[in-house]
Design a protein around this ligand. Structure first.
Ligand SMILES: [Zn+2]
Length: 285
């Protein structure tokens, strides 16, 4: 349990970047600015918000401008990524890809995302649905490549397909890399992603003692390839289980990485913040 004094001391000691937070979701409509305020109190001073489907792009783009009512809200930088998420596959239409490219040109988002593949078996996907996911992933990757943006990738049960697609772009000169969010693949797959210029995102699941696979991954993956995320409002940390997740819980993830890396949490903050700044081309705060 972290006391307020601990949290404030920690906030002074480090700055953290939440590389994946769905702050645009309606879950935050009632108290979005309070949530952002609570971030500045614990050292989370940058939040990346990846959009998930065409119907929410405008709302997500407006977020950095609408959330500016108090001093501490202004101390937290919000950045937007735009993309079509594979879980919302059925909602995506070909004209959304044209619109995405137009918005990329007009608004210069920080990345293309959240894009990717979700072949989770419980979804009982038909081969046509899988083909659609693959096509939208590749077409959005083309947009990222054309406009030289990194990508934020969601992947479940399809790492080999994903690596193959990234490799085909890499072999044709794509070097912007990106983040494999909520990484839960094998160490060999992690090595492939790293060789292709990607960082691996870890979040709230790592704070659960039963997460032995994630613990082993964090131990094995070099600290220079790890970034922190919350994926709020989903995937909350153990200390807040049953509650809505919040970007303000990111220090719990940093502490978990510190534990399994046997490094000081300030060291973890320094490295993961620098890694996220490198991925997204951000300057130091
Ligand atoms: Zn997400």
């Amino acid at each position: 349990m972290t006391t307020l004094t601990d949290a404030k001391a920690m906030a002074k000691a480090m700055s953290l970047i939440d590389t994946h937070c769905h702050l645009d979701f309606t879950d935050f409509d009632m108290d979005r600015n309070e949530v952002i305020d609570s971030c500045s109190n614990v050292g989370v001073n940058t939040i990346v918000v990846p959009a998930t489907q065409q119907s929410t792009w405008q709302r997500t783009l407006d977020l950095p401008f609408s959330a500016k009512t108090s001093d501490s809200v202004q101390q937290v930088a919000l950045y937007v990524a735009l993309g079509l998420h594979p879980v919302f596959n059925d909602a995506h239409q070909p004209q959304h890809l044209l619109e995405l490219e137009q918005l990329v040109i007009e608004h210069s988002p920080i990345a293309v995302g959240e894009i990717g593949l979700d072949f989770h078996t419980s979804m009982n996907l038909s081969s046509a649905q899988k083909d659609k996911q693959l096509a939208y992933f590749e077409k959005q990757f083309v947009i990222a490549n054309t406009h030289q943006l990194p990508v934020i990738i969601h992947n479940r049960k399809a790492h080999d397909e994903c690596i193959k697609i990234i490799k085909s772009f890499y072999d044709n000169g794509y070097r912007k890399g990106g983040i494999i969010h909520a990484f839960n693949g094998s160490i060999q797959q992690a090595e492939h992603y790293i060789a292709l210029g990607f960082s691996l995102g870890f979040g709230g699941m790592l704070t659960y003692p039963r997460s032995s696979k994630l613990q082993a991954l964090v131990k094995a993956i070099p600290i220079d390839n790890i970034v922190l995320e919350t994926d709020a409002p989903d995937m909350t940390v153990m200390a807040q289980r049953g509650q809505r997740n919040s970007p303000a819980y990111l220090p719990d993830v940093a502490r978990a990485v510190a534990l399994y890396k046997s490094l000081d949490v300030a060291e973890i903050a320094k490295h993961t913040t620098r890694n996220a700044q490198t991925v997204f081309g951000l300057s130091s705060p």
